[in-house]
Design a protein around this ligand. Structure first.
Ligand SMILES: Nc1ncnc2c1ncn2[C@@H]1O[C@H](COP(=O)(O)OP(=O)(O)OP(=O)(O)O)[C@@H](O)[C@H]1O
Ligand SMILES: [Mg+2]
Length: 262
C-alpha cells in the first residue's frame, strides 16, 4: 500500500477546509479505506472536532513531530502521536505548531519537513488528509510539499475568485521547485446555498474560468445548520444525522475522490 497524501487547502479562512477533512475522512473510512488525518493548523479546530478540548495540554502533536524532524530526532515509533476516532486515525495539533511555524522561517531547506515526517506512514494508509491553516506561509508550503494532490475548497458566498489565483500560483511554484508530483485534484464548492442567485452566479463564474484547466468537482456541499450542530457534538455529519444533505454530499464526494485517479 502506498497511501495518497491529499491537502485540503485554500488561503482563505472559513471556507470549509476543516469540515471537509473531517467528513471526507469519515466517508472514505465508511467505504472501507484506511485513513489518517493530520491537523496542520495551530488553531487545532480539527483536533477539537475529534472531542479534545484542552489541545494546549497535548504532548504528542504534529507540532512536536515537526520539531523533532527539524532537530533530526524523529522518534522510531509514532504510536503516541496517532489517535483514533470512529475508525479514523489522526495526528492532533495545538498552538505549539505556531512555534514550529516561526522556527521554520529561520531554518534552511525546511520545506520538506512534513513530507519526511509522513513518508514512513504512507505504507499504512490508503489516504492521508492534511487540514491546513488559512495562510500561504511555511506551514502550507510544507503541506503542499508533502502532498500528491490538493483539494481547494471554495465558498461561493465569499467572493470565490478572490485570492484563488494567488493560491494556484503558489501550487505552481511548489510543483516546479519542490514537489513535481503535486497535482490539483480539483475545486470543491462548499456551503452552497443553491437557492440564492448569488451562489449560482459565483458557482458558474468559478466553473467557467477553470473549464478545461482545473476540475470543479461535481459534488457540491450544501450549506446546512446540521454541520455546526454535528461539530458541536463532536461527530461527523453523516453520523450525527443520517439524512443531512451535507452528509450525503460528503459521501458522494468520497466516491468521486476514490474514482479519481490523478
Ligand atoms: N456545509 C456547511 N454548511 C453550514 N456551515 C458550514 C458548512 N461547512 C462548514 N460550515 C461552518 O463554517 C465554519 C467554517 O468552516 P471550517 O472550520 O470547516 O472552515 P475552515 O476553512 O477550516 O476555516 P479556517 O480557515 O479558520 O481553518 C464553521 O463554523 C463550520 O461549522
Ligand atoms: Mg480549519
Amino acid at each position: 500500500m502506498r497511501g495518497k497524501i491529499i491537502v485540503i487547502g485554500s488561503q482563505k479562512g472559513g471556507v470549509g477546509k476543516t469540515t471537509t477533512t473531517l467528513n471526507l475522512a469519515y466517508s472514505l473510512r465508511e467505504m472501507g479505506k484506511k485513513v489518517l488525518t493530520v491537523d496542520f493548523d495551530s488553531q487545532a479546530n480539527l483536533t477539537t472536532c475529534y472531542g479534545i478540548e484542552d489541545t494546549g495540554a497535548l504532548e504528542y502533536t504534529i507540532g512536536h513531530l515537526m520539531m523533532a524532524q527539524i532537530e533530526e530526532e524523529l522518534p522510531e515509533n509514532f504510536e503516541d502521536y496517532i489517535q483514533s476516532r470512529e475508525g479514523v486515525d489522526y495526528i492532533p495539533s495545538s498552538i505549539y505548531l505556531s512555534v514550529v511555524d516561526a522556527k521554520l522561517r529561520t531554518e534552511m531547506g525546511a520545506e520538506r519537513m512534513l513530507a519526511e515526517v509522513l513518508e514512513p506512514l504512507r505504507s499504512r494508509y490508503d489516504y492521508i488528509l492534511i487540514d491546513t491553516c488559512p495562510a500561504l506561509g511555511m506551514l502550507t508550503i510544507n503541506a503542499l510539499a508533502a502532498a500528491d494532490e490538493v483539494i481547494i475548497t471554495v465558498n461561493p458566498q465569499l467572493l470565490a475568485m478572490m485570492g484563488l489565483q494567488d493560491f494556484l500560483r503558489t501550487v505552481g511554484k511548489i510543483k516546479k521547485r519542490i514537489n513535481p508530483r503535486l497535482e490539483i485534484a480539483g475545486i470543491l464548492l462548499t456551503m452552497c446555498e443553491s437557492r440564492t442567485t448569488l451562489c449560482k452566479v459565483l458557482t458558474e463564474e468559478v466553473t467557467e474560468s477553470f473549464q478545461g484547466k482545473i476540475k470543479v468537482f461535481q459534488t457540491r456541499i450544501p450549506a446546512t445548520v446540521k454541520v455546526g450542530e454535528s461539530i458541536y457534538y463532536n461527530m461527523p455529519i453523516a453520523q450525527y444525522s443520517k439524512k443531512a444533505s451535507a452528509g450525503i454530499a460528503y459521501r458522494k464526494f468520497a466516491k468521486e475522490i476514490i474514482a479519481y485517479e490523478g
